[in-house]
Design a protein around this ligand. Sequence first.
Ligand code: FRU
Length: 469
Amino acid sequence: CIPSATYRPAYHYTPEKNWVNDPNGLVYLDGEYHLFYQYNPAGDKWGHMSWGHAVSKNLKTWEELPLAIPETMNADGSTNMVFSGAAVVDSLNTSGFFEKGFTKGMVAIYTSHLNKNGEGMAQSQSLAYSSDKGRTWKFYDKNPVLAIGLKDFRDPNVFMQEGKWKMIVAKPLEFMVQIYESTNLKEWTLLSEFGKMGDVAKIWECPSLFKVPVENSDNSKWVMLISSAAEATEFTGMQYFVGEFDGKSFVPDKQEGVLRLDRGKDFYAAIPFQNLPAKDKNPIIIGWGSNWSYAGDIPSEGRRGMFSMPRKLSLVKENGQFRLVQKPIYSNRIHSKELILKASELTKPKTWEMKNNSYKLGLVIDLGNSNGFAMELLKNEEEKCVLTYNAMTQKLFFDRTKSGKIDFNKNFSSIESMQVVPQNGVLKLDIFVDNSIVEVFANEGKVVLTDLVFPQKNGGKIILSLLKD
Ligand code: FRU
C-alpha cells in the first residue's frame, strides 16, 4: 500500500486536501485566470458544496487560495449549498453591486441548492459579488434571481453578447437547456429552449454556449457543451452541438450520432473561461477529471478529484461536419520524451525506464504495412496501462483493467476504444501521464481520451511493440 499522496498529479491542479468536482466560474481578470470549483471544505467525499478557488498567471501552474463562496446555514437547520455556475466581470457595473466607475467587479451566478437532512429540496439561480478579484464575496440580499419551481434546475453559464447578458441553464431531468437574457444580472427573461437531442440517456448538466473559430478561416460557429452522465456501464461524459445562435435561439447543424468531446471515462463538467484577453482568440475549457459512477471511491483518500489540463478549442470541417479540436496548455518544464519512429523498427520491442509517473510522451509513428502497435505505460511487473492501435480497424484502445488499484469500485475497470484515422500513414499521439491521470491527444487533438489510473508503484517502464495479430 502506498500513501495516497503518490497519486497526486504534479501538473494537473488539485487542492491540497478534500473533495472536488466541477470547475466553476472560470474567468480571467487583470493577469489572473481564476479556477473556482465545487469543493467540500469538510472532507474527502461530496458534501457541504462550496466554491473553492485557485489562480494562475499562465494556466500551467496554480496557486490555491482560501475558500471563496461557502455553503450557508438556514434558521431551520437546512443549508444552501453553492452548486455549479459561472463568474463574469461586470466592467460596466450593470448589476449596481460596485462603486461608481469601478470596472473590476466580479459576479458569480451559481445554483443555490436547498438541502434538508441530506436531501435536495429545490434549486434556483443566485448571485454573489466580489470587489477584490474573487478573494472575498458578498451574497446578493435578494437571492435567488431565477427560480421556476423545479427541483432540478441548475448550472447557469453566463456570457456577454452585444451588450446583453445571456444565461444558459439546465433542466437536467428533461434533457433541456433554457436561454435567458438580462441587462443587470438580476432580472432574467426567457428567450428560448433547446434539447431532447443527442445523448438523452440519463441527465443533462453544466451547459455552456460560446463561439469557436474555424481553423484556417475567418469564420466561427457556436458550440454548446453539455455534460451528459449516462449509466455507469455505458459511456459517461460530455457531448457537444455545433450550430448557430442568433442572440435568441440555438439551432444545431444536422449531425449524425452523438458528438463526444472526450472518449475516456474521466472528463466531465467542462466549461469555458469568460472575459479572456484578446491574445486568447480561442476558447479555453477545463474539465473535472473523474466520473460520478466511482468518484467517491477513488483510492486517493484525503484528496479526491482533480482537473484536466486547460484545453484550447478550435473547429475543423471533416466530411462536411464541424468537429472540435482540443489542444492542451502545459508547461515545457514537464519531463518529456519524443519518440519518432517507423513501425518496422519494432521487430524487437523497445523499452524506456521512467524515473517517475509524471511526464509527457510524444509519439509519431509511421505505421508502414504493420498491423499496428501496443504501448505499455506505467509498466511494473503485472501492472500496466495499454494503448493499442489496430491499423486494420483504425481503432485506438486504452486498457486500464490491469492499471493498478481497480477494485475500489466495480465500474472502474474499463477498456476505451475510439476511431483514429492515420494521416498519410502516420499516427501522432501526445500522451500526458501524471501519477493518476492519463490524457491522450491523437492527431493533434482531433480525438481525445482522459482516464484515471492508480498504479501502485512509482517509475514504471514504457514498452513499445508491434501488434502481432
Ligand atoms: C455536475 C453536478 C452539477 C451540480 C454539481 C454539484 O457534476 O452534478 O450539476 O451543480 O455537480 O456538486
